[in-house]
Design a protein around this ligand. Structure first.
Ligand code: MBD
Ligand code: FE
Length: 307
């Protein structure tokens, strides 16, 4: 069948049948396009019916096991949306912000809130982990500190697992919202996280195996940073030195998001913090873009877990 035949067929199936009132034009446009592209792929690749059903069943299983968000990250779909968001901001003349990078599928809304400082970990991994202090200032792109900005932070434990999705951790373990203080500053204490690996028996890893790809992410910490009148920033920092730093299966590593990790072994500091081992310290400032009408919304609507 030719591509023109396929386009005519989709028109006949999905457009000529719109006899029950007015179709939603955007939905119709998208469904017609995607169906046409799928039919063309089946034709061009000569997919067998068994292969087509295998694909349908794969997506059904990925959905049933809640791995479609993970698949979107691994296929580079989420990174692709970021590249387009960067292009849209560049077209609107917006520059000077902290680079964005993907949200990923593991955010949970409703984390405990505090001003200035929070401790993220409950101490249960203290014997195996390295203590981390991370601190900085939230600025606008003109360099003005933003008091009252919200820094939502979340990361994995030392096994690469995230609370809520990993029910062995307490609610909101390694998840907090820190409101910046009068000088626009935030600080938190936690443990230096470890990298994440896709569930080895999951649908995403099954596909990655067939593509001869790994499903590993380097150690990272996620952030939403928001302030009134400013564009919400979705980003992460990476822990420098991770073997997967520039080999992330989700393509989220970016220049500007790999801060130096300082090792503090000064006795006065260790005593003051009642720590018996040296700890890691990361200084990282966030710079937010002013809200403007010309750029697409920075807030992405997507169903998120809430606890
Ligand atoms: C993660 O922790 C993550 O951040 C992404 C993008 C995908 C899977 C696990
Ligand atoms: Fe993550």
């Amino acid at each position: 069948m030719t591509h023109a035949d396929i386009a005519a067929l989709v028109q006949q199936f999905l457009v000529d049948t719109a006899t029950q009132g007015r179709p939603n034009p955007r939905v119709q446009q998208v469904v017609v396009r995607l169906t046409t592209d799928l039919f063309k792929a089946i034709e061009d690749l000569d997919l067998s019916p068994s292969e087509v059903w295998k694909g349908v069943e794969y997506l059904a299983e990925a959905g049933a096991t809640h791995e479609l968000g993970l698949l979107a990250a691994g296929l580079g779909l989420e990174r692709f949306l970021d590249i387009r968001a960067d292009e849209a901001e560049a077209r609107a003349g917006l520059t000077g912000a902290t680079p964005r990078t993907i949200e990923g599928p593991l955010y949970v809304a409703g984390a405990p809130e505090s001003t200035g400082y929070a401790r993220l970990d409950d101490g249960s991994e203290a014997d195996r982990g390295e203590v981390l202090f991370m601190q900085g200032t939230v600025y606008d792109t003109a360099g003005k500190p933003l008091p009252g900005a919200r820094v939502e932070v979340w990361h994995a434990n030392l096994l690469g697992n995230y609370s809520f999705f990993d029910k062995s951790q307490p609610d909101f373990h390694l998840r907090r919202t820190i409101v910046t203080d009068a000088r626009g500053r935030y600080q938190f204490r936690s443990n230096v996280p470890k990298g994440y690996g896709c569930p080895p028996e999951g649908t995403t890893q099954r596909l990655l195996d067939l593509l001869a790809r790994h499903g590993q992410r380097p150690a990272h910490i996620h952030f939403f940073v928001s302030a009134p009148g400013h564009r919400k920033l979705t980003t992460q920092i990476n822990i420098d030195g991770d073997a997967y730093l520039w080999d992330d299966f989700a393509f989220a590593s970016r220049d500007g998001l790999v801060p130096k990790v300082n090792r503090i072994d000064d006795h006065a500091q260790l005593d003051r913090l009642q720590l018996s081992k040296p700890f890691a310290s990361i200084d990282f400032d966030f710079r937010l873009l002013r809200d403007v009408a010309e750029a697409p919304a920075a807030e992405v609507e997507r169903i998120r877990a809430a606890a």
